[in-house]
Design a protein around this ligand. Structure first.
Ligand SMILES: Nc1ncnc2c1ncn2[C@@H]1O[C@H](COP(=O)(O)OP(=O)(O)OP(=O)(O)O)[C@@H](O)[C@H]1O
Length: 250
């Protein structure tokens, strides 16, 4: 079994110490695998990601990236992942190329690798005509593409991607999925949160089903189906999910 790149162990956390949102959340993402993080609105997916990013401190438990906690070694922890948020965050007065250059410098991607990766990404995401455009002049989906290109440029051990499919056009979605399959083969770990369960099932190796701040099921499709008490078959993730998040409801 490959080494774990992201380890979340017994994580209890949230926005106020008296009212935790996450309860004893435990999972890991290993080198060379894509793990889907799924759950209803408010289940705790973004809060989990905020804890992993180091924006929030665990009340209990710990998060390790590349074998270290943020307290152990902040530099190593932070440089081991790239994060693509649901809503793009760019500098309005920088161009597409300038964003890529900034990322290249931050992640120490030297020439000639930088130039090669940049040109390939501009082609793959149909952004060549916009290379000199300011971020503020890009469409919503184009901004999302720039965030994705920045993440792919840095080639980190861990990718964390939050709901990437909503703003992208069909070609962009295909380019992203093809690239994720490629970086996974090269040994990166990917944590992807999405509500598009058919795509999650098709591309992810394992799944974390979050419900009300807890891990309701975790593992391969077969393991998640077993926890939900249904038979495994193609397309079963949606049924397993439905069962897990409606259990106990009338
Ligand atoms: N800034 C905040 N302050 C206080 N509570 C918050 C804050 N952000 C989220 N919450 C609460 O934390 C819980 C989990 O929310 P979270 O954003 O993690 O859900 P999510 O699974 O990412 O949902 P979605 O699919 O809608 O993005 C919810 O009850 C939500 O109301």
């Amino acid at each position: 079994m490959s080494e774990p790149i992201l380890q979340v162990a017994g994580l209890t956390g949230g926005y106020s110490p008296r009212r935790p949102v996450l309860h004893d959340v435990t999972f890991e993402v290993r080198a060379g695998e894509m793990v889907g993080l799924i759950g209803l609105n408010g289940a705790g997916k973004s809060t989990t990601i905020k804890h992993i990013l180091g924006l929030m401190k665990p009340h209990q438990g710990q998060v390790k990236v590349d074998g270290v906690t943020l307290e152990d070694n902040a530099e190593r922890y932070r440089s081991a992942f790239a994060y693509v948020p649901e809503t793009p965050v760019l500098f309005d007065e920088l161009t597409v190329e300038e964003h890529l250059r900034l990322t290249g410098m931050a992640y120490h991607v030297a020439e000639p690798a930088f130039g090669e990766r940049q040109e390939q990404l501009l082609d793959e995401f149909q952004m060549r005509p916009k290379r000199g455009a300011f971020a503020s002049h890009l469409s919503k989906g184009m901004k999302q593409k720039v965030m994705i290109m920045n993440a792919l440029l840095s080639e980190p051990p861990l990718y964390m991607i939050d709901e990437p499919f909503l703003g992208l056009d069909p070609l962009g979605i295909r380019s992203l999925l093809e690239r994720l399959v490629e970086v996974k083969k090269k040994g990166s770990a990917i944590l992807m949160s999405s509500h598009i369960l058919s795509t999650v099932e098709a591309y992810c190796d394992r799944f974390i089903v979050m419900h009300q701040g807890k891990v309701a099921a975790y593992g391969t499709l077969e393991e998640v189906c077993k926890t939900a008490g249904i038979e495994t078959r193609g397309g079963a993730l949606e049924d397993a999910f439905y069962k897990l998040v409606t259990e106990g409801r009338q």
